[in-house]
Design a protein around this ligand. Structure first.
Ligand code: ADP
Ligand code: MG
Length: 701
């Protein structure tokens, strides 16, 4: 068999003319034999049973019937026409109905010839009918390679309308198997197959398309899912290893004066075990001469800042400069003040650079950066400007990863001879399995433990009708000296409306909480940076008790005295956003509260989000639910969705297989990095094949 057989353009398969080829390409992305082979069914229908028309029940189950068409007519209806065929078996009559594709059906259906029909039945006015049945001539049915479990392939409306029904796809698949003569080469190694008791490739392919029974189908699915996930992991891990071998970084061999002094004398609290573990992981990376590329995940309040600082101290101990970049001005300022406070005994030069840094100050900073006088530079995107040149940037930290794109990150990289080590910190927990698939080429550290003594934020769900009771509660809390956030959604598409909501809300709160007893701050995206800063500072200083805001306060803001978070129209927020917002409270010693306000009209999905928030404050658990509700593509943005464009595996349902696949891929690459061990040859050639024909598995970037 020609080794490139599976790369043959789909046009050359018997039964596929230019028209069908065109449709298959456009609608399903099937260009080659291989693509068709990898079109895996969505589900399977059990076609072991036949029904008689007079046995039909008024259920909507899929049934299979043998009979003949005696008559076809077109019936006018309100909109368009429908095609109705009278279908009979020995002792019953029913109707077959089509709303589309009339021409093709009329031309191709045969009268008074036995067909096997399959589909859902409806019952109306004493007659059963079956809309858009799957049909096959009985003679064809009997001689075809007949699966017991009928596969249902992914399809589109256009495909069905143009006559490429599931049955056609099925017969193309039969044709392909006929021509391929079972020449599918094994793509996994013998030890893997044996270890995991996997079906061989040819049996797996046969049973995924033509399952012999439930058991073999399950095993075929398992094998192909494993294979798909295994090769993604193999690629990601290999990319990581290659990166480490290729991209040199500055080695920071010593842990010196600054780190030790800080650790021994100025550490304001005992580190949690998770913090210790992560610092160790980072220290290990910085000590090697490969460039570090690490993602640090830790829930809000888990204490990432101290980890950031201590790793920066290692770089400074080795004579290098460091920087910390945050997505907003407010956050940068907060980091700046926080680090100044932590480092006040250390004699370090720490500077802040943001969009609102004065030109004169800017010049000084540029100079000090270039002659190496600045140890830590903190700021916003302003750090990425061309004028910002470090003498020797050795370590860059990026806070809140999701706000920066990859291109921006690499801009930092190109500032120096060697790229600096990079630590990306995110407070948006990503489910472990998703992180494995999307960031599988990065190293990941996780802080999965909160500092001791944290009180869980009490979270409740209240309907708008109970607003007065909520106001009363806020007054009680304020009288104890606490501060309150009231947050309104601001979503791009309906900005004007949302803005009005915010202003209406502000007004009603102003009416309820009157001056001079109460002072209210307001913060939203339309305000000038100075005004925002001003309002924020009034709240930070405790001059105002209530902060009415849009989600601009979402990220990182730390005001320990604010202990109540009211989220208006909470049903409009996504889970991760709700979780982020709630993370703004519960930062001080007091019991904190989060009140989710909604109307009575809630979708199923919204209800689940609210229930999840009330039930748990574990960011990783919340992320899991979010993943289930939104799916991986939505969660990660379209940017990375290619990685998640899986053909058969499901990142949510197949987490166990994913973990298994990753651990095997790791093990194999560890023991045989170049895959040259003879027993790994099938893996090597499959891997090469994959990277050669990019269109086969489109998640290769
Ligand atoms: P985040 O991970 O959200 O950036 P921070 O670094 O801002 O969290 O830490 C949140 C709060 O917890 C800060 O006030 C910080 O001082 C405090 N904190 C961090 N680590 C510890 C610890 N090990 N023990 C006690 N408090 C800690
Ligand atoms: Mg933080």
């Amino acid at each position: 068999m020609n080794p490139n057989f599976f790369q043959t353009p789909i046009d050359y398969l018997k039964g596929v003319g230019p028209n069908r080829a065109d449709l298959l390409k456009k609608e399903l992305g099937i260009h080659t034999f291989q693509d068709l082979l990898n079109l895996f069914p969505n589900r399977y229908l059990d076609r072991t049973q036949f029904y008689k028309i007079n046995q039909l029940q008024r259920s909507s189950a899929d049934v299979q019937i043998i009979g003949k068409i005696s008559h076809i007519k077109t019936v006018d209806q309100k909109r368009g026409k429908r095609l109705v065929a009278t279908f009979k078996d020995e002792n019953g009559t029913m109707e077959l109905i089509w709303f589309r594709g009339h021409k093709w059906i009329k031309e191709n259906l045969k009268l008074n010839v036995a067909y096997v029909i399959f589909g859902k039945t409806n019952w109306y006015n004493g007659t059963f009918s079956m809309p858009h049945p799957e049909m096959e001539l009985l003679t064809e049915y009997e001689k075809s390679l007949r699966p017991v479990m009928q596969p249902v392939y992914p399809s589109t409306e256009k495909l069905t309308a143009r006559g490429i029904t599931n049955r056609v796809v099925n017969s193309l698949m039969q044709q392909l198997f006929l021509e391929a003569q079972n020449s599918f080469s094994e793509t996994l190694s013998k030890p893997l197959l044996k270890d995991l008791k996997l079906l061989p490739k040819n049996e797996a392919l046969l049973n995924i398309h033509f399952p012999q029974n439930q058991d073999l189908l399950a095993r075929a699915q398992y094998r192909l899912k494993f294979e798909e996930l295994f090769y993604i992991q193999l690629q990601l891990i290999r990319k990581n290893l290659l990166h480490k071998a290729k991209i040199k970084g500055y080695p920071f061999p010593k842990v010196g004066e600054y780190f030790n002094t800080f650790f021994k004398e100025h550490l304001p609290f005992n580190l949690t075990n998770a913090q210790k573990r992560v610092i160790k992981e980072i220290r290990h990376d910085l000590g090697s001469n490969a460039q570090m590329n690490r993602l640090l995940q830790g829930d809000v309040g888990s204490g990432k800042t101290i980890v950031a600082l201590m790793s920066m101290l290692i770089a400074i101990d080795n004579g290098f400069q460091t920087c910390l970049m945050a997505p907003t001005e407010i956050l940068s300022v907060q980091h700046y003040n926080g680090l100044l406070e932590l480092c006040k005994e250390l004699k370090l030069n720490i500077y802040l650079l943001t969009g609102s840094t004065k030109t004169s100050d800017r010049k000084i900073i540029h100079e000090k950066l270039e002659n190496g006088e600045i140890d830590i530079l903190i700021g916003t995107h302003a750090l990425l400007e061309d004028k910002v040149k470090f003498k020797n940037l050795g370590f860059a930290i990026i806070d809140e990863q999701h706000r920066f794109g990859v291109a921006q990150r690499s801009k930092l990289w190109h500032k120096n001879k060697f790229p600096p080590h990079v630590l990306v910190m995110t407070a948006t927990p990503i489910p472990r399995t998703l992180a494995m698939s999307v960031y599988g080429d990065l190293d990941i550290s996780i802080i999965d433990e909160l500092p001791p003594g944290r009180k869980e934020v009490k979270t409740v769900h209240r309907f708008d009708a109970n607003r007065l009771r909520v106001f009363k509660f806020l007054k009680d809390e304020i009288s104890k000296g606490r501060q309150v956030y009231v947050v309104y959604p601001l979503i791009q598409e309906s900005e004007a409306l949302d803005y009005k909501d915010l202003m209406d809300g502000y007004e009603s709160i102003s009416r309820e909480f009157q001056k001079p007893e109460y002072q209210i701050s307001i913060l939203h995206g339309k305000m000038k940076p100075q005004d925002k800063e001003f309002e924020m500072n009034r709240f930070i200083k405790g001059e105002t008790q209530i902060m009415v805001a849009t989600t601009v306060i979402e990220v990182g803001v730390n005001i320990p005295n604010a202990s109540v978070m009211v989220i208006e129209s909470a049903e409009r927020f996504g889970l991760s956003q709700l979780h982020q917002l709630r993370g703004r409270v519960g930062r001080g010693a007091d019991q904190s509260y989060c009140i989710l306000m909604t109307s009575h009209k809630l979708s199923e999905n919204a209800r689940t989000r609210l229930e999840t928030m009330v039930k748990t404050s574990d960011g990783f658990e919340i992320a899991e639910v979010d993943l289930r509700l939104r799916g991986p593509g939505d969660l990660m943005g379209t940017q990375q969705s290619g990685v998640l464009n899986l053909k058969i595996a499901d990142i949510i349902k197949d987490q166990e297989i994913l973990k298994l696949a990753r651990s095997y891929a790791l093990e194999i690459l560890r023991s045989d990095p170049s895959l040259s061990n003879p027993e790994n040859l099938p893996i090597k050639s499959a891997y090469i094949q994959l990277t050669k024909y990019k269109n086969i598995w489109n998640y290769i970037s």
